[in-house]
Design a protein around this ligand. Structure first.
Ligand SMILES: *Cc1c(COP(=O)(O)O)cnc(C)c1O
Length: 219
């Protein structure tokens, strides 16, 4: 199927209130344009060099989301244009985003990435680390980042029961934080679900899905 057909099919099934980030990593800007021409304008990338290059090449009114592991020395390249950073995975990274955003005179929306998968390799905070971060004095002093919610990746497995349990755990943590720690009402985004598990994620309360191969094909 074509990109246009893939997008249409996913959007038919996706509840209207759930945001679709089309993950264009490794694919050329021409395919991003193909999706844009079909009416989609929200894209995600996991490498700084690639997101910057595409953003410069396309110069369209696209909404760029950063979803990959972010090195602190590259933060400032994203700050001018990034719409949402999904992948804040350490206090030091958050501090750097705050610093660079302040210098640039903007506020940057961020999600805190939580480690929910069994795999060792996936980045993110544990529940304990997350709570200690949001309770710290330093966290309260950040002025130029806005924490909009959480992001997580389930284990890469065929076992739907396990995937569902991991997403449910993340949703419970999200609900608890929203109620106990972020009462301002702007902690409202839960980014979970990829090509192989987005339907489960949506059933478990996702508000943003990040879908790559089911739109653009295999990488
Ligand atoms: C690549 C990637 C996706 C999309 O993965 P697909 O399986 O191609 O849909 C989503 N989230 C993150 C963090 C990614 O790196």
């Amino acid at each position: 199927m074509s990109i246009v057909d893939n997008l249409r099919k996913i959007k038919e099934e996706l509840p209207q209130e759930v945001k679709l980030v089309a993950v264009s990593k490794t694919h050329p800007a021409s395919l991003v344009m193909e999706a844009f021409t079909a009416g989609h304008n929200i894209f995600g990338e996991n490498k700084v060099q690639e997101i910057v290059a595409k953003q410069e090449e396309l110069l369209q009114d696209l909404e760029w989301h950063f979803i990959g592991h972010l090195q602190r020395n590259k933060v400032k390249l994203l700050i001018p244009f990034v719409h949402l950073i999904h992948s804040i995975d350490s206090p030091r990274l958050l501090r750097e985003v705050d610093k660079q955003a302040r210098k640039a005179g903007r506020t940057v929306d961020c999600l805190l990435q939580v480690h929910i998968a069994k795999e060792e390799t996936k980045f993110g905070f544990s529940k304990e680390e997350l709570i200690s971060l949001v309770e710290s004095e330093e966290f309260k002093s950040l002025s130029s980042v806005k924490i909009r919610g959480l992001m997580g990746m389930a284990t890469f497995t065929e076992n739907d029961t396990q995937i569902r349990a991991e997403f449910r755990k993340l949703k419970n943590l999200f609900d608890w934080l929203r109620k106990e720690k972020f009462a301002d009402g702007e902690f409202d985004q839960l980014s979970m679900g990829m090509s192989n598990d987005w339907k489960i994620a949506v059933e478990e309360g996702s508000t943003i899905v990040r879908i790559g191969s089911a739109i653009f094909g295999e990488r």
